[in-house]
Design a protein around this ligand. Structure first.
Ligand code: AMP
Length: 230
């Protein structure tokens, strides 16, 4: 059954506001892009926004790059500023999907304060064991133009270095080295898991097994969302 195509009606009824959690390499970015398309909402990735700032070479971008390359988190104050501005843009008025935000319990509470207590429909947590994500991340490559991600074991673009979608250059992220990855996994456990648990306590969390065929995982995610918003 193809839920991704069959059920598009639910998306038009009202704005849908979604959060996607999952540690680095859980498939969060890939699934976030698909879900945003399915529900017709902007895919807002704070990691992509920060990488765009790095590319522009602003003073802020330089500071952000140092933090990101070290596998650490940009401060909650700065992130709240970035996300408030982004959510105030017209395309975000009819809903959104946040990927990479909130990353701490403080950010979670900031977001709820910003949006109101019924301002979030559902938080999805993609769960993948640590050994699996380390393998995935060290094989991950990303298009420096359109941000499409590829995997060395699976996609030709990862080995040729040419994006199949836009022809852009496919590279390894500076923060996808094994050392930075281990650091980020540790930070996820200490900083982000409390935020995930917090959404659980609010009754807003659905946990999805992130190991397996991406298409099947996409269906499980869509079913969880449809069950919530219909
Ligand atoms: P991502 O693409 O989501 O893995 O983000 C890449 C990096 O950007 C992270 O390792 C952090 O350094 C930074 N970053 C992204 N989102 C946030 C956030 N909500 N709070 C703090 N730092 C963030």
């Amino acid at each position: 059954k193809d839920v991704m195509q069959a059920n598009t009606r639910a998306t038009q009824d009202r704005p849908v506001r979604l959060l996607v959690f999952g540690r680095q390499g859980a498939g969060k970015g890939t699934q976030a892009v698909r879900l945003a398309e399915r529900y017709g909402v902007p895919h807002i990735s704070t990691g992509d926004m920060l990488r765009a700032a790095v590319k522009e070479g602003t003073e802020f971008g330089l500071q952000a790059k140092a933090i990101m390359d070290a596998g650490q988190l940009v401060s909650d104050e700065v992130m709240l500023g970035i996300i408030s501005e982004r959510l105030a843009e017209p395309d975000a008025a009819t809903g959104w999907l946040l990927d990479g935000f909130p990353r701490t319990e403080q950010q979670a509470k900031d977001l709820v304060e910003l949006m109101g207590s019924d301002g979030i429909d559902l938080a999805l947590d993609l769960v993948v064991p640590e050994e699996v994500v380390i393998d995935r991340i060290t094989g991950r490559r990303v298009c420096s133009s359109c941000q499409t991600t590829y995997s060395t074991g699976r996609d030709e673009s990862a080995t040729t270095g040419v994006c199949a979608k836009c022809g852009g250059e496919v590279v390894q992220r500076d923060d996808d080295t094994e050392e930075a990855v281990r650091k980020r996994l540790a930070i996820y456990a200490t900083q982000t898991l409390p935020a995930v648990r917090w959404f659980g306590e609010q009754g807003l969390l659905v946990t999805i097994d992130g190991v397996g065929d991406p298409d099947e995982i996409a269906v499980l995610l869509a079913e969880a969302i449809d069950a919530r918003i219909s």
